[in-house]
Design a protein around this ligand. Sequence first.
Ligand SMILES: Nc1ncnc2c1ncn2[C@@H]1O[C@H](COP(=O)(O)OP(=O)(O)OP(=O)(O)O)[C@@H](O)[C@H]1O
Length: 398
Amino acid sequence: MNFSEYFKDGFVIGYVVSAGFVTASLMSYYYLIWLNLKLKQRRNRAKVCPLRNHIQRKKTHVHDQVSKLSLEISELQRWVTQMSYEEISRATNSFSKDNIIGLGRMGTTYKAILQNGYLLAVKRLHGSQQHLEKRFICEVKSIGRLRHNNLVPLLGFCIERRERILVYKYMPSGNLYDWLHPKEEKAIAMTMEWDLRLKIAVGVARGLAWLHHHRSFRLAHLDITSSSILLEHNFEPKMSNFSRAILMNQNDPDSSGSWELGFIKSDVHSFGIVLLELITLKERSQMTASSSGTTDEKSLVEWITHLLSGISDNSIVKSLREQALEYDILKVLKIARNCVQPDCDQRPSMLHVYKKLRAVGERYGHHLTYDFGMSKPPEIVTPNAQHTTTTLEIVEIQ
Ligand SMILES: Nc1ncnc2c1ncn2[C@@H]1O[C@H](COP(=O)(O)OP(=O)(O)OP(=O)(O)O)[C@@H](O)[C@H]1O
């Protein structure tokens, strides 16, 4: 082999080696770029994922909430008519201040007038926070299902965006508290005679006895006060404020347990306080025997015993002497004392209380003067038939 052949071979080898080297370098360079790109993409995806997951979770949550709410609405519609916000707003003159008739913890109540002249009371809740939402639903499910002469009729509800509204029949004589404890300037105009007070006591006792001793359910109201008792034009009492009520199934084996009795007997106690307000026209804070002004349960019972012992020269009795028999005032005071006993087991049932009060009421001719036997038997609204009602098998409470 001569020099030129050596040169040729060397050149070819050199050329191939350097071409291979250049190609390998280029490939590794592009590989590194590709690798970097991939890593970047993966990092970005990792950043985006939590956000995407969060959005997905949020969407599912909102979707769950919306489905839960629409389920609730269709459940509520089984009992009460759903009304539109626009319709209610029109009837309250756009929730005008002039229409306000009450300010409660849950909401503001307005007087509303429908186009046909029908009067309503509209309770607009303060927002839709969770605890109010629960109480709103509780109110519709309890009072919305029941029809009784001594319960305020819930006629409709509204759920629109953040609005939660309850629509009741309007009670023209307002609440019992305002009648028993009127502001000074109204004191004379708002005097309530004994037989009217007795009529109210019997009506509330009858309504509570119905709720406590029904054949197919038991309901503890848990918020009986003179301000939750509303009055019709003829002063027939109607219980309202069912947002704390507890509905118990009569077939539940626990339903006669002490848990349930505790709730039921708490209503009996509250009724006892209302009865005392009706007899004495005093507020709960003034019902005390001791000069220290303590208002515990023992002192309440002592106070009633004190009233009973000096019944003849008691100023309360003196003021009622022309309207009532002393014997009857004594009897009603004793019923009230039994109701407010500190020990639940010693308190009577509302059925017992109702029968005792009714017997006193009959002596004042209530069965003649007032519609004590209800013109219609108590009713419960059947599902899917908002305006048709079925009669309940009510045994004694009529
Ligand atoms: N159906 C109605 N008819 C006439 N007046 C009513 C009616 N409902 C309520 N009111 C009036 O509005 C007042 C306030 O009612 P609301 O139910 O808000 O009372 P509350 O006991 O303070 O309730 P809350 O549980 O919200 O504290 C009542 O005391 C009553 O005077």
